[in-house]
Ligand binder design. Structure first.
Ligand code: NAG
Ligand code: NAG
Length: 804
């Protein structure tokens, strides 16, 4: 290519060639950068010089003081490149660029001007001085903002010089070239689309400068754009609403939640600070937020019962003043922190022990401010007591009686009501109310014993206290105040009150009279104990008084009867054997037991050797054969003694006639009569006793028959007898041996209750008849007739009893 250029240059050169003898100028045009030895021009030919001339003329180039780029080849007559020529180095930007020199010949001296014009070739690319450009552009830069870029430099000239620029990429910027007055091109980069640091913080661009050469050369430079942040982004909360829950009573400092807002700006514009924007003091006193971390803490006390929810408004702010807000909804979780509250609305201090079932004792309301299970309350009574608690309606309870109350068992109840909720752990409260059970007269007095028996020695002083009955009443106070009352009854037809009296307060039983065992040995009565309740309750007890005997009666001889007038003598035939029963001394002692245990002794006798007296039975028997020499008239004195302490005794005289015939006896016994006188009394008693026995027997017979007939007639009507009791005392003495020839004699006592103050039984009264007939001619013949109103059914019918 260069050669082709060269050929062209040569043509051009030829065109400018003027051949003057002394002023001939040859102009060559060569491109720069020809290699060493390259042909510049055939100067010899162009000057029309002969090669020889060149040699002879010692042709040489006159360069002056400029560098030798070109040499003359004399042999060939051509100019050759000696040094590579860089147009840019030689001429800089000056155009045209030419080398001027002369060819000088000697012999003759000739010179020719040669001008070698150096033409530019595109051997230099545009270059930038710096290899990169740095820009810091705020993202807030507006469209159209201009940024001047460094220009490129191309040392080539002309068409090979710098021609244009291009920028890549062109997302944000476009290039704009300004033609300067001095022909320089001003390069500007214009912001076409706003920057967003948040999208792209660093932008790299490449500015390319191209020249117009062929081939085109280019130079590039890196443009680094750092997008500077602007506070174009507000903080944004990740959630617009946060939910948190916190148990009530949580400690101060508890973390509720952490809110977080992001600000994509950089630096302080992206630095978010948090604050609570709620302006209620309540919220501000309770919560705080960490300015930097967004942790929401509790600083006060939260109580579910006060507030169940809180809304905390939170603001996030960057340092550029942009804000966002969110809210934290805080749910307070209930904790079982409230005990149930028991409110006794009404209580009864006491109820009577006979209160009906389901009697309401107390009413209370119970509530628990906690919620759900923490506020569900159950109440119960803690002890086993006869009360129950009923849930009458929601939150209201009543305590009612459940079973029978008994003040005597428990007079007071401490009713403890415990209410507990169903929280975990459960909380409870309790309240105790004291309930008195008031007394009702529901207990009768109870005697300490089911029956009483007491002894009193006869002949007591009236007014003597015998003993004490005692009854207790389980009730209280007036209902338990026992008074004792002697129940009306009669003893032997006489009101019992004439025997004993009962002290109403103390229950002491006093004897009203002096008792006589021989009249009455025991008696019953009932004592009633009555309390002071209204109505009163009572009970009664049977009391038996036993009278104890004293040896206050001497034995009484019933037989042989001692009378003054009549004469009684026992006959003993002379033929009587040894052991013949002469007679029997019959004596009684109205006392009893030892006091009535009699013994018989012979005190005096006409002939002691003939008779003996049975110690126990009083039988007088012969102890030897009777002889003719024995006196007809025998007299024995027998002592009868009881066994009491001290013992009492009686004596009796017994006349015995030892004879075979009655006249014989009679003559002998005339003097006996007066002895018989004093026996009258005894005989009287004996007869009386016999009469009574007979009378009783017949009476019984009559009564039995009457009753039988009566029942037979009126079988439907019950017979009720109002008769007084007739005590009957069995025989105290009888013929134990049963061998005697004498009729049996019985001793009876009849005691009447009319006047027991006398110690002796009393026989016969006014209007009754006592007859005693003593017939000396017949032994043991007695009659007694007695009538007694108290014994007989019909007081007017006397009864006759005969014993033979
Ligand atoms: C009831 O409580 C009172 C006082 O605490 C006590 O004195 C009394 O003995 C209690 N009564 C019963 C029946 O427990
Ligand atoms: C005495 O008590 C008995 C029961 O112990 C009773 O049957 C009777 O009626 C009572 N008598 C009187 C007079 O109260």
């Amino acid at each position: 290519e260069r050669r082709r250029n060269l050929a062209g240059n040569i043509l051009l050169l030829c065109y400018f060639m003027f051949i003057f003898k002394y002023d001939i100028q040859v102009i060559y045009s060569i491109p720069e950068e020809l290699s060493k030895g390259s042909l510049v021009g055939n100067i010899a030919q162009d000057l029309g010089l002969d090669l020889k001339r060149l040699k002879t003329g010692r042709a040489r180039l006159h360069i002056g003081n400029s560098a030798e780029y070109i040499v003359l080849n004399k042999e060939r007559g051509v100019l050759l490149i000696k040094e590579r020529i860089d147009r840019e180095a030689l001429c800089k930007q000056t155009t045209p660029c030419a080398l001027h020199f002369q060819i000088i010949l000697e012999n003759p001296i000739e010179f020719y001007r040669v001008t070698v014009e150096i033409t530019d070739i595109n051997d230099n690319a545009p270059i930038f001085k710096m290899n990169s450009m740095l820009f810091e552009i705020s993202e807030s830069a507006v469209r159209g903002a201009k940024f001047v870029l460094e220009k490129a430099f191309d040392s080539d000239v002309g068409i090979n010089g710098l021609r244009s620029y291009s920028l890549n990429p062109t997302d944000n910027f476009v290039l704009k070239l300004h033609d300067h007055t001095d022909g320089e091109k001003e390069v500007e980069m214009i912001l076409q689309k706003p920057l967003d640091r948040e999208k792209q913080q660093e932008i790299s661009l490449v500015l390319t400068a191209v020249d117009g050469g062929e081939p085109q050369l280019s130079g590039t430079v890196q443009i680094h754009v750092t997008v500077l942040d602007a506070n174009d982004n507000a903080p944004v909360f990740k959630q617009s609403m946060y939910r948190a829950s916190l148990a009530e009573n949580s400690p101060k400092g508890s973390l509720l939640t952490t809110v977080s807002a992001a600000d994509i700006d950089q630096g302080s514009y992206g630095l978010v600070t948090y604050s609570i924007s709620s302006n209620s003091d309540l919220i501000l006193d309770l919560f705080e937020i960490d300015e930097t971390t967004g942790e929401v803490h509790l600083i006060g006390e939260v109580d579910y019962e006060t507030s169940k929810h809180y809304q905390i408004d939170i603001k996030a702010k960057d340092h550029g003043g942009l804000t966002d807000s969110c809210k934290v909804i805080l749910d307070i979780i209930d904790v079982n922190d409230n005990n149930p509250i028991i409110d006794l609305m009404s209580t009864t201090p006491s109820i009577p022990e006979d209160a009906k079932f389901q009697t309401v004792v107390a009413v209370m309301s119970v509530h628990d401010t906690d919620s759900d299970n923490n506020g569900v309350v159950k109440c119960f009574l803690s002890e086993k007591i006869p009360f129950t608690i009923e849930n009458s309606s929601k939150g209201f309870y009543s305590i009612v009686t459940e079973s029978n109350l008994d003040r005597e068992r428990a007079s007071e109840y401490n009713i403890t009501v415990t209410c507990s909720d169903e929280g975990v752990p459960s909380l409870s409260s309790s309240v105790t109310l004291t309930l008195q059970i008031s007394d009702v007269n529901d207990n009768a007095p109870v005697f300490e014993r089911s029956s009483y028996e007491a002894y009193i020695v006869e002949n007591n002083t009236p007014g003597l206290s015998i003993f004490t009955v005692k009854a207790r009443d389980a009730d209280w106070n007036q209902n338990a105040r026992v008074s004792y009352i002697l129940e009306d009854s009669s003893v032997n037809g006489v009101p019992v009150s004439t025997y004993v009296s009962v002290s109403a307060d103390s229950g002491v039983i006093h004897a009203v009279r002096s008792f006589d065992y021989e009249q009455i040995k025991d008696f019953h009565f009932r004592v009633k104990a009555q309390d002071g309740g209204s109505p009163p309750l009572s009970s009664n007890v049977s009391v038996k008084i036993l009278i104890q005997d004293q040896n206050d009666n001497a034995p009484q001889v019933l037989y042989p009867v001692q009378t003054g007038g009549s004469l009684v003598a026992e006959m003993v035939p002379r033929s009587a054997e040894v052991g013949y029963l002469v007679t029997k001394v019959v004596a009684v002692d109205v006392d009893s037991g030892q006091n009535a245990w009699l013994s018989y002794k012979l005190q005096k006798a006409t002939d002691r050797a003939l008779f003996e007296v049975g110690l126990q039975n009083g039988e007088i028997r012969t102890i030897r054969q009777v002889t003719d020499k024995d006196a007809v008239k025998q007299r024995l004195t027998v002592v009868v003694e009881d066994n009491g302490q001290p013992s009492r005794s009686a004596t009796v005289n017994v006349n015995v006639a030892v004879a075979d015939s009655f006249p014989e006896v009679l003559s002998e016994f005339t003097d006996f009569t007066q002895d018989m006188e004093y026996n009258d009394n005894l005989t009287f008693y004996l007869v009386l006793a016999l009469a009574v026995v007979s009378f009783l027997f017949i009476t019984c017979l009559v009564v039995i028959i009457s009753v039988k007939i009566y029942r037979w007639r009126q079988s439907r009507i019950l017979y009720q007898s109002n008769l007084p009791v007739i005590p009957y005392y069995p025989p105290r003495y009888s013929d134990t041996l049963g061998t005697g020839t004498l009729p049996h004699v019985y001793n009876y006592e009849v005691c009447r209750t009319t006047d027991s103050s006398k110690s002796d039984c009393k026989f016969g009264r006014a209007g009754s008849q006592n007859v005693l007939i003593m017939d000396p001619s017949s032994t043991g013949t007695m009659q007694r007739i007695q009538s007694d109103k108290s014994i007989l059914d019909e007081p007017d019918s006397p009864l006759e009893v005969r014993l033979v």
